[in-house]
Design a protein around this ligand. Sequence first.
Ligand code: ZN
Length: 132
Amino acid sequence: MNKIQVKTHSQSEFINITPEVGKIVHRQGFKEGVCYVYVPHTTAAVTINENADPSVPKDIQNELNKIVPWDDHYTHMEGNAAAHIKSTIVGSSVYIPVSDGKLALGTWQGIFFCEFDGPRNREVFVQTIKSE
Ligand code: ZN
């Protein structure tokens, strides 16, 4: 199992982990397959979106904050219900095809670790599956 350590610095934050995931894929040394990226946390998530304009992940966070406000008479006593809900909306895993030994991402795509209850030390699990 390959793991990436992620240190987050604010309550809500999207961190580009594409280079770290790409390094793991490169180390495996196969040409064709799949890369599975999984976040083992209940108040964080992973998503793929535009990595060129930093205002895109900012807009996503701003809109998520409107849909799921931090305070809203939640019953979860820990006080971080909003982070749990955002984690479920965004999701805990993504698959990326591997082609010619590289992540087959679109030109503008990046893989983002999504923090919703930081700052914390987090982990991302990366599993590769060779298909040739
Ligand atoms: Zn909680």
